[in-house]
Design a binder for this molecule. Structure first.
Ligand code: 4AD
Ligand code: MG
Length: 465
């Protein structure tokens, strides 16, 4: 019967059972004794299965001996105990059909050796075949499933928020425009501005930077909701943590305060770390061996510890008194830079920190003003090695306070009519956060660059494939 390699290697079949596996050659070795060992992988697990191919097969000389990495094959044979080390089972092949050859093995770009990450990015269509990208793909999938399962178990509804939007949630002006207007022949108003009333949606539209404002509407009716979808930022940051297109998970909870969603975030992270440790032990062992020796111990430690909570104001004091000189000077009111975040998470605490209550002037308009009138109920979760992986807040549920914030930030009240309605009709305290999915995958695997944990990275100057 047709078998996936994971089932063969995990002992789902008995010795002597006949199975057929379909996949690609990872490596091949011919022995002097006139047999060949062909390692075949099919993506179902990290390991390849070894097919032991005897010389008396009719296509042994003509085909088997010519097999190279990446040829596609269908192997039928019986399950046997493996003499070699590493695996318990192998397949004694009774037939090997070659489905696809590799044109010129000497110039095949994914030859089985270590390639740099930069090199692999140039082959986004072929890199899924490498061990490392196979492992990333399975871990990414495991994390996504675990996120959905976590929220489902806690009674959250998954809400699909729009990708095309008229509002700039974060107010940072980093939006990609969506338009069907003819760039060479733009319609103009009398004042000479581009006339977006002639555009597809009769208005200016963009790719969303966050589903938060939309998901708040569902939160204020269904209590516990979340989004999990693509978001877009046209920020020109060429760093290992920024993508122009990334996936974000944004839960939103009614009748919840900041501390409640800080706890939710901690529970969620621990849940998904545990899931990866249990379900993808094979891939995590590879990351620990080849990418980051702490990959497994770090997650285990997170699962077992309790995250440190710290106020922004205290963090500033720590940074000022730590005796270290930073490139960007530290004073109350600054937007913390990556060097500051890393010092706090890596050197001061050595574990993830939930940093809370930031100055209002560096945060978005929708965050709830604290009693002190200077700070807002915001939180960021900073992880060692990567910095911010989560940003969230309690939302301003008081209409008068929200209006004051909109005005202070030079935003037009009329543009937020629907958002203000939530505060006019049965307002409730509510809170939520956003988890950058690629930053999470990068943290879990130890892969140092978010470009290597999303199948087709979009960064400045790069949207091929
Ligand atoms: O801190 P941010 O901008 O927060 C929001 O968008 C809120 N609306 C979330 C909410 O409260 N519902 O982004 C949230 C997270 C960041 O912590 C980071 O992990 C990730 O999204 N992120 C990026 N990931 C990759 N590339 C980028 N350019 C990112 N920008 C933000
Ligand atoms: Mg943020």
């Amino acid at each position: 019967s047709d078998a996936v390699i994971h089932d063969v290697l995990s002992g789902r079949y008995a010795v002597g059972d006949t199975v057929t596996v379909k996949g690609w050659v990872r490596t091949k070795r011919d022995s002097k004794a006139g047999i060949s060992f062909v390692a075949v992988h099919d993506g179902s697990c990290f390991d390849a299965v070894q097919a032991v191919v005897p010389a008396d097969l009719p296509n042994y000389e003509s085909e088997i001996k010519r097999l190279t990495t990446a040829c596609s094959v269908v192997v039928t044979g019986t399950i046997a105990r493996s003499e070699g080390q590493g695996q318990q089972f192998e397949i004694q092949a009774s037939s090997v059909a070659v489905i696809g050859w590799v044109e010129n093995p000497d110039t095949y770009p994914m030859a089985p050796k270590r390639h740099s990450m930069e090199y692999l990015r140039e082959f986004a269509h072929l890199r899924p075949r490498t061990n490392i990208h196979g492992a990333v793909t399975r871990v990414r999938n495991c994390l996504a499933q675990a996120v959905h399962r976590f929220f489902h178990q806690r009674g959250f509804y998954w809400i699909s928020t729009p990708i095309i939007t008229g509002s700039d949630t974060e107010g940072a002006g980093e939006m990609f425009r969506v338009s069907t207007l003819d760039l060479e022949n733009l319609p103009r108003t009398e004042a000479g501005k581009v006339d977006y009333s002639k555009d597809f949606f009769d208005r200016e539209t963009f790719l969303t930077v966050s589903g938060q404002l939309n998901v708040e509407t569902y939160c204020c009716a269904l209590s516990k909701v979340y989004t999990f979808g693509p978001t877009f930022r046209a920020e020109n940051s060429n760093t290992s943590r920024h993508l122009a297109e990334f996936w974000m998970i944004e839960p939103e909870v009614a009748f919840a305060e900041l501390a409640d969603v800080a706890q939710l975030a901690e529970d969620m992270l621990k849940y998904v770390f545990k899931a990866v440790l249990e379900e993808r032990a094979d891939d995590m062992a590879f990351f620990a061996e080849r990418v980051d020796k702490d990959a497994i111990s770090r997650l285990q430690q997170m699962v077992d510890s309790s995250f440190v909570r710290m106020d922004y104001t205290d963090a500033i004091e720590i940074l000022q008194n730590c005796g270290k000189t930073f490139n960007y000077p530290v004073e109350w009111g600054i937007d913390l830079q990556s060097e500051h975040e890393r010092y706090l998470a890596e050197e001061h605490v050595g574990a993830p920190i939930i940093l809370q209550n930031y100055p209002k002037d560096i945060k978005a308009f929708y965050m709830r003003l604290n009693e002190d009138g200077k700070t807002v109920a915001a939180m960021d979760i900073l992880a060692p090695g990567i910095g911010e992986i989560i940003g969230g807040s309690q939302r301003e549920e008081r209409l008068d306070k929200l209006d004051e914030r909109l005005e202070a930030m030079g935003l037009n009240k009329d543009d937020y009519g629907w958002y203000r309605d939530l505060r006019r009709y049965g307002t409730v305290p509510h809170s939520g956060f956003g988890l950058g999915f690629e930053r999470l995958v990068s943290y879990v695997t130890g892969m140092g660059n978010v470009r290597d944990v999303i199948p087709f990275p979009r960064t400045p100057g790069n949207a091929d494939f």
